[in-house]
Design a protein around this ligand. Structure first.
Ligand code: HEC
Length: 154
């Protein structure tokens, strides 16, 4: 083997080594990539993709707090957090009262049913209830005025 032939062999060996190194680098990159992004080598298929369901406990739809059915308005979460723990929110909304009677009901629950002290939240709750669930107007005629009463005679 003469010198130039030897040099050619060396060059060829060198080239093969470079190619091998390059192939290894690519393979390593692919491997790492598919470890970090496992779906990379998999065909995208909508059917197999897990759908992400949002489980928002306090979701509001059409102005209604879905979990409790309460109207979305100022004070909603205070009512949800204090008034739906022991009984259904229906018990709350079915009872339409004025502020005074709500405060009495709350006091009764505190005395008899272990309801906690509501502190400043009591006003927020009562305001919410009176505003959003006002006492239903009972269909009564207006009070009569300007009547000339007469004395009944025996
Ligand atoms: C610690 C538990 C508890 C909490 C919290 C609670 N309640 Fe009650 N509540 C009761 C119990 C017990 C009753 C009686 C249920 C029954 O009669 O079946 C009751 C009854 C009621 C009634 C019906 C009263 C009646 O005269 O029949 C209303 C209205 C009511 N609650 C509203 C509320 C409101 C508004 C809140 C939030 C401030 C609230 N509750 C929070 C325990 C609770």
């Amino acid at each position: 083997m003469n010198e130039s032939e030897f040099n050619k062999k060396i060059k060829k060996a060198q080239r093969t080594a470079y190619q091998a190194a390059f192939a290894t680098a690519i393979a390593t990159a692919l491997l790492l990539f598919s470890i970090y992004y496992p779906t990379f080598l998999v065909f995208k298929n909508n059917e197999t993709q897990l759908s992400t369901v949002t489980l928002d406990e306090d979701r509001i739809e059409n102005g209604i707090h879905v979990r409790t059915g309460l109207v979305d308005a100022e004070g909603l979460m205070t009512v949800v957090n204090n008034c739906t723990n022991c009984h259904s929110s229906k018990l709350v909304t079915q009872n339409r009262m004025n502020a005074e009677r709500w405060n009495e009901t709350i006091k009764w629950m505190q005395e008899k049913q272990n309801l906690w002290d509501l502190g400043e939240n009591q006003k927020i709750i009562v305001d919410y209830l009176v505003k959003n669930y006002p006492p239903k107007k009972v269909g009564r005629r207006m009070q009569l005025t300007d009547i000339e009463w007469y004395e009944l005679q025996d």
